[in-house]
Design a protein around this ligand. Structure first.
Ligand code: R2B
Ligand code: URA
Length: 310
């Protein structure tokens, strides 16, 4: 059997799947980049109640997200401090309040992929069930007013195809990048409830680079013209691409394999048809970055209130 040939997407969302027979034979599993492990930490006691996982690039933003959620859900004294569960490593930061876990993933596919391997194993070892995972992030929009939120329908590659290619043992394994459309629609409804900002559902292009990979003219290197750039971005727009970022493809692929209900919620910081540089003020960019948090905060609150009533 070759790499990826027996691969099956999990269809049941109740448990968190790992597809690795070697794990069962290991006496201990060290989650190196989290500075956590199955022998050194009681993962079921610490994480067993997790129902919502939010991931985003910056450690600072993921700390501010947990503070926001704690206040929003009135789960704890809003003045309490939330310690970084991954203290002892500066690779990723992790915070928890009640059933909500907030984890940073850094920039780009390799960084989020390492984090997701360890996060999926952590949720699995902890025996978590019915987990929803949401990436909250930033992006460049195509033909959208800056500050618009895009809920990803499918993550597409630089040729606008809905797939993620992973090289395993020198062979290319192709994985699907579909996300949970029902979840995206629930989030769209939350945005309508809030009525604070524009939100759309559309495709997200995931690239390997911020500059040449996203057709920018302002990198250290550029061998194409403004016309070439506009032609490429217009083709992307015609293929249903609403925004561009750098993690959604592997996020969608890995969540699908492990049976996690997943969504990508990214705010657009600029319209790439009009420019490349982020010229808005720090305050404006900061307020845009809070929008995914506000939307996801409302979603979690709505679901928790509904389950408390049942
Ligand atoms: C969005 O923003 C980052 C680049 O500035 C990258 O992590 C992404 O996906
Ligand atoms: N993040 C990206 O990856 N691209 C942008 O243009 C803005 C944020």
């Amino acid at each position: 059997m070759g790499p990826g040939e027996d691969e099956q997407n999990a269809t049941d969302h109740s448990t968190v799947y790992v597809h690795n027979p070697h794990l069962e034979k290991m006496k201990e599993d060290i989650l190196y980049h989290f500075n956590l492990g199955t022998s050194t930490h009681d993962l079921p006691a610490t994480f067993g109640d997790v129902k919502f996982v939010c991931v985003g690039g910056s450690p600072w933003r993921m700390k501010s997200f947990i503070e926001y959620i704690a206040a929003e859900l009135a789960l704890e004294d809003p003045k309490s401090e939330y310690p970084n569960i991954c203290a002892g490593t500066d690779r990723y930061a992790m915070y928890k309040v009640g059933p909500v876990l907030s984890v940073s993933h850094g920039m780009g596919i390799p960084s989020i992929s390492i984090m997701l391997h360890e996060l999926i194993k952590l949720l699995h070892h902890a025996g978590c069930t019915d987990v929803t995972i949401i990436r909250i992030g930033t992006s460049g929009g195509i033909g959208l007013e800056p500050g618009t939120i895009v809920l990803t329908k499918q993550s597409v590659d630089a040729n606008f195809l809905p797939k993620f290619e992973q090289v395993i043992l020198g062979k290319t394994v192709v994985r699907s990048t579909d996300l949970d459309l029902g979840l995206a629609e629930e989030l769209l409804q939350c945005s309508k409830d809030l009525s604070q900002f524009e939100t759309v559902i559309g495709n997200t292009m995931c690239t390997m680079d911020f500059y040449e990979g996203q057709a920018r003219l302002d990198g250290a290197f550029c061998s194409y013209s403004e016309k070439d750039k506009q032609e490429y971005l217009t083709k992307a727009y015609d293929a249903g691409v609403c925004n561009i970022e750098m993690e959604s493809s592997v996020f969608a692929a890995m969540c699908k394999l492990s049976g996690l209900r997943a969504a990508v919620v990214c705010v657009t910081l600029l319209d790439r048809l009009k420019g490349d540089q982020l010229t808005s003020s720090h305050e404006v960019l900061h307020s845009y970055q809070q929008r995914p948090q506000i939307l996801v905060g409302h979603f979690i609150k709505k679901l928790m209130c509904a389950s408390a009533k049942n």
